[in-house]
Design a protein around this ligand. Structure first.
Ligand code: I3P
Length: 109
């Protein structure tokens, strides 16, 4: 699964709230491969070597939970991703079909 998404970092892998200044929404081209969600700058930035595993741009989705962020009302088609190390992200997708596809792909790979 791949496609453009918007991402907001909410909680760091240590469980602490992501500090102001790093909480903004940013666009990425996301690809899911080998249980890692890679967030590329765009479709052309596919160089895997530039990723540090476990960083915000290469999220290990093993034992992750993706769910619709029904409590987040500022944007539409948003899901929450909670990782096994307690990091938390919001991802905005382009429509409800994309939203469901991302959630299912992450939860059932
Ligand atoms: C954040 C940015 C986010 C906003 C977040 C801000 O500022 O404006 O868009 O989240 O609010 O902290 P910065 O870019 O300086 O980190 P929303 O879009 O969800 O309002 P928050 O701290 O309440 O999450």
């Amino acid at each position: 699964k791949k496609g453009y998404v918007m991402r907001k970092c909410c909680t760091e892998p240590d469980g602490k709230k992501t500090p102001i200044g790093k909480r903004g929404w940013r666009m990425f081209y996301a690809t899911l491969r080998d249980l890692i969600l890679y967030l590329h700058k765009d479709e052309h930035g596919m160089k895997r070597a530039s990723f540090v595993q476990g960083s915000h741009n290469a999220i290990r989705i093993h034992h992750c939970l993706a769910s619709k962020a029904t409590d987040y009302t500022k944007k539409q088609h948003v899901f929450r991703l909670q990782t096994s190390d307690w990091a938390e992200y919001l991802f905005q997708t382009s429509n409800s079909k994309e939203l469901q596809e991302w959630i299912d792909t992450i939860n059932y790979v």
